[in-house]
Structures are given as structure tokens and as C-alpha cells.
Design a protein around this ligand. Structure first.
Ligand SMILES: NC(=O)c1ccc[n+]([C@@H]2O[C@H](COP(=O)([O-])OP(=O)(O)OC[C@H]3O[C@@H](n4cnc5c(N)ncnc54)[C@H](O)[C@@H]3O)[C@@H](O)[C@H]2O)c1
Length: 362
């Protein structure tokens, strides 16, 4: 499939990174479909994509040579668009979260198996240089078994607007729990995607509607729109392997600054991958780093892998990996089976937060 051809559904903010990654891996973005045709045209004009359509069906009918579809729409449309693309024999690269819930994710997994096509998600944090540096140690057995880990994506004032699709449960599936699944995914990746056993979690709805807790990205508020999702959730999950994971997730909480990290404690080494955002998002005070904590010759030692800062947080590399996986020349950085485990944990977080009781997940 040399010269793979890709059509993008949804001109959302991540589409630029998809384009860059696909092109870097030698693929060509030939068409764009967005229900907002003006947005599709504006996106296409900047990148020489002349074929723009109002929906995926029209795009695939008009451009049957498309080999793969990438999906960059609000979360509610991930499943239907992925099912349509897979049923028409296309590989699919879909933005996170994979779907609204585990049931939908199960349908997507079945559809990918039936079509015999690659289905991957933009878990871009796995492709970050810091994450891959740590993963090399884990693969080589230098961390041992990860007993415990902590996955955090916490913000102080990072609500993505009020009343738009992000804050509508029907369109997004929920608040930060489903919007910021990257560190949960990265922790599971490091831990080897063990099977979850029990989960206990709580959710909070403070500051929703308070404009001083809104994020700085200029996402407009929608008057009359729905805001019915959580602002924070904290949970602990145990696994059938005996491992455990704490999850901290928030858009708005009284935290010092935005922290994006996975820390872990293994039988041979501990470690962390971290991004500290600057006060105004990604600025000169932002820090990306990774560390390994070991004991050597009677001393406690910190190893500091030196990696290039990737401003895209692995988004370009992740999209490039999709093309290579679809061509069969690289292993996919993530699989639908892993996405199903992630979605089961997310479902359990909402279930436990609502019932106030532990949830048996396995
Ligand atoms: N990987 C990351 O770090 C990251 C960061 C931000 C957003 N995202 C994800 O990207 C997705 C899009 O988020 P966004 O902030 O760019 O949203 P957005 O609202 O800015 O853009 C979504 C686009 O999809 C279009 N659209 C809606 N329904 C459609 C359909 N059925 N077919 C085709 N186009 C359709 C809209 O018109 C809009 O142009 C979400 O799933 C979000 O979670 C991922």
C-alpha cells in the first residue's frame, strides 16, 4: 500500500498533528470531511487538500481510493464514524477517548476484527520521547513488576468552555475522566495492561459554571448549552495481578498548577514521566521529564534520560506510527483490546462515583 491515502473526518484541533504525522510517514491526506464545510475548506486550503465534503459517507463514495480514515470529531461521533469507515474496508485512526463507553468500544473492536483492518487511537502520550525512554527500561526488565502506580492529569483552571460539546455528557461521555485519559492509559501501558479487579472512586462538580476556572484556550461558551459533567474525579483500581493504580483527574481543582504525570514503584526500580504545564499552558516554564529511581552499590540513584522536548506531546509520532502499523512495517503503539480495558475502567469510575460503592470490574 505504498503512498497510502488518508481522509480526515472532522477538522478538529488535532487534525493538524494527524496531517503532519501521516505525511512524515509517507502517506498523503487527500480529503477532508466536516459537517461544518467552511471549517473543512479552511483546513484544506492551508494544506492543499482540495477535496472537502460535508460528511464521511460522501467523502468515501467520492474518493474510493482512500485507504484509511482519521477521526477528529466530538467523542459521540467516534463510534459511528469508525464503524462506517471499517465497514467500508478502511483502516481507522481515532482521537481519544476511543468511545463514550466500553460497550461502544466493544462494538468497534468487533468491527475492526471483522474488517481485518487496523484500529488505533491517538494515545499520543505513549509516543512521547520521555515515555518511550522509560518503556525501554521496562521492556528490558530493569523495573521489575510495577506494584503500584499513580496517574494524574490535574488542572487548576482548565474547564474547556461551558455549554459546548465538552461539557455535555451526551456528546462527550463526561468531564475530565473521559477527556483526559492519557495518563491512565500511559500507566496501564507501563503496567502491561493488567485485568482490573475492583475500583472505588468519587466525583466532584465544583466550579462548573464559574468562569475563572475556564481554560485559556479560547473555547467559546455556548449560551443555553448543557453543562452536566464532573470537574474532578479520584479513584483507586486494583488488578487481578495484585497491582494497584491511583487515578487523579480534574479540569478544575485547587491545585498548584497543571500536572500531567505517571509515577510508579516497581520491584527493581521506580520512575516517572511528567509534564508540568506553565502558568499559561505551554510556555517557557513548562517542563517535560522522566526519571528512574534505582538502588546501586548501596546508594539510592536517580537516572535521568536526556530526551528532546516534543512540543506535540507525541501527537505527530503517534499519527506516523498509525501509518506504519497499517502498512505492516511497525507494531501499533496501541490496540483495541487495550482501549477496551481503559474504557471499562472509565465506566467503573463513573459507576462507583455515582453509587458510592466499589465496583467489581472483572
Ligand atoms: N489527543 C489529544 O491530546 C487531544 C487534544 C484535544 C482534543 N482531542 C480530541 O479530538 C476530538 C475533537 O476535539 P476538538 O477540540 O478538536 O473539537 P472541535 O469541536 O474543535 O472540532 C470537532 C470538529 O468535528 C466536526 N464534526 C462534528 N461532527 C462531525 C461528523 N459527524 N462528521 C465530521 N465532522 C464532524 C465539527 O464541525 C468540528 O469542526 C475529541 O475527541 C477530543 O477529545 C484530543
Amino acid at each position: 500500500m505504498a503512498g497510502m491515502k488518508i481522509g480526515i473526518a472532522g477538522a478538529g484541533s488535532m487534525a493538524q498533528y494527524h496531517c503532519e504525522g501521516f505525511t512524515r510517514a509517507g502517506a498523503e491526506v487527500v480529503a477532508m470531511a466536516d459537517t461544518d464545510l467552511d471549517r473543512a475548506r479552511a483546513f484544506g486550503e492551508k494544506r492543499g487538500i482540495t477535496r472537502v465534503y460535508a460528511d464521511l459517507s460522501r467523502m468515501l463514495s467520492a474518493s474510493p481510493e482512500i485507504d484509511a480514515v482519521s477521526i477528529v470529531t466530538p467523542n459521540k461521533f467516534h463510534k459511528p464514524l469508525a464503524l462506517e469507515a471499517l465497514s467500508r474496508g478502511k483502516h481507522v485512526y481515532c482521537e481519544k477517548p476511543p468511545a463514550l463507553n466500553a460497550r461502544e468500544m466493544g462494538e468497534m473492536l468487533e468491527a475492526a476484527l471483522k474488517a481485518g483492518k487496523v484500529l488505533m487511537f491517538d494515545f499520543n502520550n505513549r509516543a512521547r520521547p520521555e515515555s518511550q525512554a522509560i518503556m525501554n527500561y521496562i521492556r528490558d526488565g530493569r523495573v521489575g513488576t510495577i506494584n503500584s502506580a499513580q496517574a494524574s492529569w490535574i488542572r487548576r483552571n482548565g474547564i474547556p468552555g461551558f455549554g459546548g460539546w465538552f461539557t455535555s455528557k451526551a456528546l462527550s461521555g463526561g468531564g475530565p475522566v473521559i477527556d483526559l485519559p492519557h495518563m491512565l492509559d500511559l500507566a496501564l501501558y507501563f503496567m502491561g495492561f493488567p485485568e482490573p479487579d475492583y475500583l472505588l472512586g468519587t466525583a466532584y462538580y465544583d466550579f462548573m459554571g464559574n468562569k475563572s476556572f475556564k481554560g485559556p484556550w479560547g473555547i467559546p461558551d455556548l449560551a443555553g448549552g448543557v453543562t452536566d459533567v464532573e470537574s474532578a474525579c479520584h479513584a483507586m483500581v486494583t488488578f487481578k495481578t495484585g497491582q494497584c493504580l491511583m487515578i487523579r483527574s480534574s479540569w478544575a481543582e485547587m491545585n498548584e498548577r497543571e500536572l500531567v504525570s505517571v509515577t510508579f514503584q516497581g520491584t527493581k526500580a521506580g520512575g516517572k514521566v511528567e509534564r508540568l504545564f506553565g502558568i499559561d499552558g505551554l510556555d517557557e516554564t513548562s517542563v517535560d521529564n522522566s526519571r528512574l529511581f534505582i538502588e546501586e552499590y548501596g546508594n539510592q540513584v536517580d537516572l535521568v534520560p536526556r530526551t528532546e522536548m516534543d512540543q506535540s506531546m507525541g501527537r505527530v509520532a503517534s499519527a506516523a506510527n498509525f501509518v506504519e502499523a497499517a502498512l505492516g512495517i511497525s507494531k501499533p503503539l496501541n490496540t483495541p483490546g487495550e482501549a477496551l480495558i481503559l474504557m471499562k475502567i472509565i465506566d467503573a469510575m463513573y459507576e462507583s462515583a455515582s453509587s458510592g460503592k466499589p465496583v467489581k470490574t472483572g
